[in-house]
Write a protein that binds this ligand. Structure first.
Ligand code: PMP
Length: 284
């Protein structure tokens, strides 16, 4: 893997940031994860727009103009020599003596590029996952891709410890999203997913899936659903940059369609078209 430490490119295992960087001290920063398929970035512009929105939402001035950031991203990819990879980019409010108010420091942009573990994600896409619902204890600005992921980390680990693949957050009785994914259900042929408001991250994969659904004439309703509606759905799946579209075969102790994910016709259709799109197979 390759890294950018805010000044130079170097090997990932050699990269360092100062102890008093505000990302380290406060989690004061934002990030993006972008997939590279067959040597090309997927939805780079959309990720960069969200990156700018997250920065703006926390009153963080990016250290470079967007064309320069894209140049750095392309350079990092080139140096990595990787064709199936993920680029992680983060900006922190810089390094300064630890104190809560914003420092005079210049924001620090860092990046890593590393290969993605495609075997495990591809197995899950075929077999589906077991998820556990959990109270959404996060703050109310979940649309910001903030570095503060403690609730996500804790709930993911709890779910794993209990034999599930992931946790799904529930706020005021309504399903919001996964620890690192958005979630949708299919009921009576219609696709339902939480509206893109402050309670969820506005996933790029979610957006791609909604566009695909519309092209495939699958009705889409951006409306939140309850845990019972999730359990009783005809189909359910999560969506994210790294795992892509993953069917949900079990919610807590309940199987969806007896856990038979191969009967998830809408999910399978979306998976097929999603794959075709990022592999550049189906051209519109
Ligand atoms: N929600 C959360 C909380 C996430 O961390 C992620 C992954 N970044 C997503 C949704 C999915 O977003 P995307 O499709 O842009 O990766």
């Amino acid at each position: 893997g390759i890294a950018f430490d805010g000044e130079k490119f170097l090997r990932l295992d050699e990269a360092k940031v100062p102890l008093e960087d505000r990302a380290h001290q406060f989690g004061d920063g934002i990030y993006e994860v972008i997939r590279i398929y067959q040597g090309a970035f997927f939805k780079l512009e959309e990720h960069m727009k969200r990156f700018e929105r997250s920065a703006q939402a926390i009153s963080l001035t990016l250290p470079y103009e967007m064309p320069k950031i894209v140049e750095l991203i392309e350079k990092a990819h080139e140096l990595s020599g990787l064709s199936e990879a993920a680029l992680y980019i983060q900006v922190s409010r810089g390094a300064a003596r630890r104190d809560h108010p914003f420092p005079d420091a210049v924001a620090r942009l860092t990046m890593t590029v590393r290969p993605v573990k495609t075997e495990s994600t591809s197995a899950l896409r075929h077999q589906g996952q077991r998820v556990k619902t959990t109270e959404d204890i996060r703050w109310s600005w979940c649309y910001i891709k903030s570095l503060n992921l403690l609730p996500n980390v804790l709930m993911k680990q709890r779910a794993l410890d209990e034999g599930f693949h992931d946790a799904i957050f529930v706020r005021d009785g309504l399903v919001t999203e996964g620890t690192s994914s958005n979630i949708a259900i299919v009921r009576g042929g219609t696709l339902y997913t939480h509206p893109a408001n402050q309670s969820i991250l506005h996933g790029i994969t979610r957006q791609v899936v909604l566009e695909l659904a519309r092209e495939l004439c699958i009705p889409v309703v951006e409306l939140a659903f309850t845990v019972d509606e999730l359990k009783e759905a005809d189909e359910a799946f999560t969506m994210s940059t790294i795992a892509e579209i993953v069917p949900i075969r079990q919610v807590n102790e309940t199987y969806i369609r007896n856990g038979n994910v191969d009967e998830f016709v809408v999910t399978r259709l979306l998976q097929k078209h999603f794959e075709a799109q990022h592999r550049g197979i189906l051209m519109k």
